[in-house]
Design a protein around this ligand. Structure first.
Ligand SMILES: C[S@@+](CC[C@H](N)C(=O)[O-])C[C@H]1O[C@@H](n2cnc3c(N)ncnc32)[C@H](O)[C@@H]1O
Length: 392
C-alpha cells in the first residue's frame, strides 16, 4: 500500500508549484551530471583512472585512490557512481574507463571548471545554489579523501556556512518539505491546545542547526506563541549560538539547550515524557544508530505525542559528492540497515524503523504524484502510543 498522503493536508502551507518543481528536477540532474564529469576529470588528472579504453580491477582503483581509513565507504561509493554514470564499464571482474572520460578531461583546469559552472548556473537558475559547493568539493576531493585536507575546510571554508547555505536559498524542494514539517507540527500543536485549553504545548526540535526548518515552523505557530514553549536543541554549541541570534531576541517562547539525540534525554537535563511534538529535520541519518535515536525521540514524548521527521529518502549522487566528504556522513554502524552507499533510509525503511521504535500511526508525506521510491525527501509523522486518540 502506498501511504504517501500529502493530498490529505489541504493547507496553503503545503502547496507546491509543480511546474517549478519539474524545472528544479531537470536542473538538479544537470548539476549532478557536472558532478560526475568533475569527478572523472579529477580522478583522471590524479592518475587514479587509467586512460580511456584501459581497464583495472576494483581493488587496484581503490589502491590508486589511496583513501584514508575514514573514507573507505566513500571510495567504494565513488566507484559505484562512476559505473552507474557509464564512466567506468564492467568487463568481467575489471572496470574499463569509457570514452565519456575523455569528454570530461577538459574540466581539469580551474578556468574550464569556472566556465562550466558559470554556464550551468545561468542555464539552470532553479538549482544554481547547488553548484558552488559541488565545485569546491570536487576540486579538492583527492586531498580530502587522502586525509591531506580536513573536509570542514572545504565544506565550511574559513568557518563560513555560506557554501552550504546557498543550497537552502529559494530552494523549491527544501522549502516545500520545510513547510510540510511546519504544517504537521502546527496541526498537532493546535489539536493539543484545543484539547487542553489551559495548558502550554511543548515542542522540542532535535538538531536544529542553522534553523532552516525552525523558521517556517515558528512562523506557522506564531498565532499561538503565547501558549507554546519551543526548545531549539543541537549537539553543537555553535548552532545554539546561531539559533539564539536568529530566533532568541524576538521570540521569548523559544529556549535553547544542548541535546545529543544519541543519548537519553533524562541524562542530559531534559524531562522524559514532557513533549507534545518532537521535530527532527535532516539529522537522524547522521546518527550511529537510527534505532537508538528514535527510541530517544520516543522517550521525549508524552503518550499520544507526535514525532515529525524530515529526511532524504533517496540516495543522490550530489550528496555523495559533497556531504559525502564529511567523515560523519559515513559513521553509521556496520549492522545498521541503510540505503547502499549512503547513511539514508528509504520510505519503507523509515516506516519499519519508526514502528520498531514503538511508534504507531506512522504516516509519510511527500511530493504529490511521485511514488515512494521517487521521493527524494519525505516527512514522516509517528505517534507515541498511549494517548487518548489523535489530537485533530
Ligand atoms: C544537516 S544539519 C540539519 C539542520 C536543520 N535541522 C535543517 O534541516 O536545516 C544536521 C544538524 O544535526 C546536528 N546533529 C548531528 N548529530 C546530532 C546528534 N547526535 N544530536 C543532535 N544533533 C545532531 C548537527 O549539529 C547539525 O546542526
Amino acid at each position: 500500500m502506498t501511504e504517501l498522503d500529502v493530498e490529505a493536508t489541504p493547507s496553503p502551507l503545503v502547496e507546491l508549484d509543480q511546474e517549478r518543481y519539474a524545472r528544479f528536477r531537470t536542473s538538479f540532474e544537470a548539476v549532478t551530471n557536472l558532478g560526475h564529469r568533475l569527478l572523472a576529470a579529477r580522478l583522471a588528472a590524479a592518475d587514479v583512472l587509467p586512460a580511456p579504453g584501459a581497464a583495472a580491477g576494483r581493488d587496484e582503483l581503490l589502491a590508486r585512490l589511496a583513501v584514508s581509513p575514514g573514507y573507505q565507504r566513500l571510495g567504494e561509493a565513488l566507484l559505484d557512481m562512476l559505473e552507474r554514470a557509464d564512466l567506468l564499464r564492467r568487463h568481467g571482474d575489471r572496470l574499463a574507463v569509457t570514452e565519456r572520460v575523455s569528454g570530461a578531461a577538459g574540466l581539469a583546469g580551474d578556468a574550464a571548471v569556472d566556465a562550466a559552472a558559470t554556464a550551468l548556473r545561468r542555464e539552470h537558475p532553479e538549482a544554481a545554489g547547488y553548484v558552488p559547493l559541488l565545485v569546491a568539493c570536487q576540486t579538492q576531493l583527492i586531498e580530502v579523501v587522502r586525509g591531506e585536507r580536513p573536509a570542514n575546510d572545504v565544506l565550511f571554508p574559513g568557518g563560513s556556512a555560506d557554501l552550504v547555505a546557498a543550497i537552502y536559498r529559494d530552494n523549491v524542494q527544501l522549502d516545500f518539505h520545510n513547510r510540510l514539517c511546519a504544517d504537521r507540527v502546527r496541526e498537532h500543536v493546535l489539536g493539543f491546545l484545543r484539547r487542553y485549553p489551559r495548558s502550554y504545548a511543548q515542542v522540542l526540535e532535535v538538531g536544529a542547526g542553522t534553523g532552516a526548518t525552525t523558521g517556517p515552523v515558528l512562523d506557522a505557530l506564531a498565532e499561538r506563541a503565547e501558549r507554546l514553549r519551543y526548545f531549539y536543541t543541537d549537539v553543537g554549541p555553535a548552532f545554539l549560538r546561531l539559533g539564539r541570534q536568529g530566533f532568541g531576541a524576538t521570540r521569548p517562547h523559544v529556549d535553547f539547550a544542548r541535546y545529543n539525540v544519541e543519548g537519553a534525554p533524562g541524562e542530559q537535563g531534559i524531562e522524559p515524557g514532557s513533549m507534545d511534538v518532537v521535530l527532527a529535520s535532516n539529522v537522524l541519518h547522521a546518527t550511529l544508530r537510527i534505532s537508538g535515536a528514535l527510541r530517544h525521540c520516543h522517550a521525549l514524548l508524552k503518550p499520544g505525542g507526535v514525532l515529525v521527521v524530515n529526511e532524504m529518502t533517496s540516495r543522490l549522487d550530489y550528496n555523495t559528492l559533497t556531504f559525502g566528504l564529511a567523515e560523519g556522513w559515513w559513521r553509521h554502524a556496520e549492522d545498521e540497515p541503510r540505503v547502499e552507499s549512503s547513511p539514508l533510509l528509504d520510505v519503507p525503511g523509515w516506516r519499519a524503523a519508526l514502528r520498531a521504535a514503538g511508534f504507531v500511526d506512522v504516516r509519510a508525506y511527500g511530493v504529490p504524484g511521485l511514488a515512494d521510491g521517487e521521493q527524494v525527501q519525505t516527512v514522516f509523522t509517528a505517534t507515541a502510543p498511549g494517548g487518548t486518540g489523535p489530537a485533530r
